[in-house]
Design a protein around this ligand. Structure first.
Ligand SMILES: [Fe+2]
Length: 230
């Protein structure tokens, strides 16, 4: 075990043993702090609206000051990071195979290993914007749905002639099965996801589809958790 203590219990846990995807409610008190930080950053993001592109990953890669598009939690940071480490402990206990990933690092003994939050950022997503297929670095990654300005019903009927019409607004994982066939797992993200956190292997590919029915921001908080020697 990387962290000592009793395994915390989280509300509305959802565990997919095939993919290693874990979802639960974030501590409501921490979530409210995080949401306040996220809403507080909107004005700065609105100022940069003329420089936005539909492809958020492209914006991230281009040589544009990151603070125009992404902000970081401030007052909620300490409490949020503590929650993330507790959740990561639960994750590792839930999926023991993830410990094998630690052997790839320079750490010989699990008892010498320590988890830490490498970085985290707040994503502000406008209607029509999307995040194409990508993966992260580190051991685990996470996403917290902070503000989702539509319900699932709102999205039905939009993009009627698009091949991706049944994926509007969704968060999708892409992976291969034991035969090498490509498989997907879609999370039907809408307002009901606010306050939920998903923890997943950092190297699992994922993408985020655009939404169309609201002019408001979809706000998520993402980041990576790594391991280091104590
Ligand atoms: Fe991502």
């Amino acid at each position: 075990m990387l962290l000592k203590g009793n395994k915390p219990q989280y509300n509305n846990e959802l565990i997919d043993y095939q993919t290693g995807i874990y979802m639960a409610d974030l501590n409501p008190f921490v979530f409210q702090m995080l949401k306040k930080d996220a809403i507080g950053g909107i004005d700065k993001i609105v100022e940069s609206s003329g420089k936005r592109k539909h492809d958020l990953l492209k914006m991230f890669e281009d040589d544009i000051p990151k603070e125009l598009f992404f902000t970081e939690p401030t007052t909620s940071r300490k409490a949020f990071e503590a929650e993330l480490l507790k959740l990561s402990q639960t994750y590792i206990e839930t999926f023991p195979d993830i410990e094998a990933e630690l052997l790839i690092s320079d750490i010989d003994e699990f008892s010498q290993a320590e988890l830490y939050v490498e970085r985290l950022w707040i994503n502000y997503q406008r209607p029509t914007e999307f995040l194409p297929l990508h993966l992260h670095t580190g051991l685990l990654s996470f996403v917290v749905w902070t503000q989702v300005p539509y319900s699932f019903d709102d999205q039905l009927g939009m993009q009627a002639y698009s091949a991706s019409k049944d994926r509007v607004g969704k968060f999708e994982f892409v992976f291969s099965n034991s035969l090498g066939a490509i498989r997907t797992l879609d999370l039907p993200v809408d307002k009901s996801f606010e306050g939920r956190i998903c923890v997943f292997p950092a190297k699992m590919y994922h993408q985020v589809y655009p939404f169309y029915q609201s002019d408001d921001f979809r706000i998520t908080v993402s980041g990576n958790i790594r391991v280091r020697k104590k």
